[in-house]
Design a protein. Structure first.
Length: 334
């Protein structure tokens, strides 16, 4: 493979890492009021702290994958980066604001011992998780579908154009898939009442996610074409995750949903290749890995940087997951 193709694959891998890891973060945040509902205020607060503490040591590290993915797009495909950020300005702005609000909520929620104070920050966590979970699906569905892109590389699509039924289904797919992924993660990572509720939620959310996912992949395959193998793996892995959750095989269920999210992301990028941003105006105006890439020298330098630092980042994050591998219970937050 030439360097532009290698970096297209590398960016796909970075986005895959982001959606697999941050995906269960989003699911956990969205499920906060569902799983943190003890019979009295003290139990409810303890259960919500269990839910939050389950991702407390790792959520900010997971967002490094987003920074790296966007940075790699900027360096390796500056034209793609510019067209994407300008064309999806409002959805991306909402995502950034939601992520900021969620991060602040995690840090400030426990600063004041007041129920109303915590309730406001809980709302920020829920919204800060649901908004990106939905809008990332909308953004990537539009990237696969294409936008109004002229010969000057400027996206002229309006907001209403980005909210097509196909894009909204894409948003619903990522939202439900992340809810399932988060529920399975909490069933694996916690114990006690939260673990039980997470298992029930996973078994309930699974069929909804499967329906949305299957419908979106069928629509994508019909309209734009999808690589058959990753699409089949996506559906099979998510189905396996639901079945394993029913059998309370939590470790294998989480592995299956992680594979499903990864295969789903691979399907989206496989549907794009060799384009990076199709044009609805004319195929001649498509941005491709050839006409959107940086020069050979830049890509060569980036390759050396990535070869040195990416394994370090992966090793560090793997170590942090190993250190904080134990289940979280009410006893840990008492």
């Amino acid at each position: 493979m030439d360097l532009p193709t290698i970096w297209f694959v590398a960016i796909a891998v970075l986005w895959t890492g982001y959606f697999v890891l941050e995906g269960f973060d989003f699911g956990v945040g969205m499920l906060l009021p569902v799983l943190g509902r003890g019979t009295d205020p003290a139990e409810r607060e303890a259960d919500r702290r269990v839910v939050i503490n389950a991702i407390g040591p790792v959520w900010d590290g997971n967002e490094v994958w987003l920074i790296t993915a966007v940075g790699a797009m900027f360096a390796a495909f500056p034209v793609w980066y510019a067209a994407t950020l300008s064309g999806f300005y409002l959805p991306l702005l909402l995502i950034i604001l939601a992520l900021i609000g969620r991060g602040v909520a995690f840090e400030y929620r426990g600063k004041v011992d007041d129920a109303r104070w915590r309730a406001r920050w809980d709302a920020a966590i829920i919204a800060g998780s649901a908004v990106p979970a939905f809008l990332w699906g909308v953004v990537f569905a539009n990237i696969v579908r294409g936008v109004e892109l002229g010969p000057d590389g400027v996206v002229t699509s309006r907001l209403v154009d980005l909210l097509s039924p196909y894009a909204l289904l894409g948003g619903l797919t990522t939202l439900t898939l992340f809810v399932l992924h988060g529920a399975v993660f909490l069933a694996l990572k916690t114990d006690g009442p939260v673990r039980h509720r997470a298992g029930v939620t996973a078994r309930t959310a699974g069929p909804v996610a499967l329906v949305a996912l299957t419908g979106f992949l069928l629509w994508t395959g019909t309209a734009h074409g999808v690589p058959a193998v990753p699409a089949a793996v996506t559906v099979a892995a998510v189905l396996a995750g639901v079945v394993l959750a029913l059998r309370r095989r939590e470790g294998w269920a989480f592995t299956a949903t992680a594979v499903g999210v990864a295969a789903f992301t691979a399907t989206l990028f496989g549907s794009l290749f060799p384009a990076v941003l199709p044009s609805l105006v004319s195929p001649a105006f498509d941005l491709t890995i050839a006409n959107a890439a940086s020069g050979p020298y830049t890509l060569g330098v980036l390759s050396w940087i990535g070869a040195v630092f990416l394994p370090v980042v992966i090793a560090y994050q793997s170590w942090s997951y190993w250190v904080f591998r134990r289940r979280v219970t009410r006893a840990h937050v008492a």
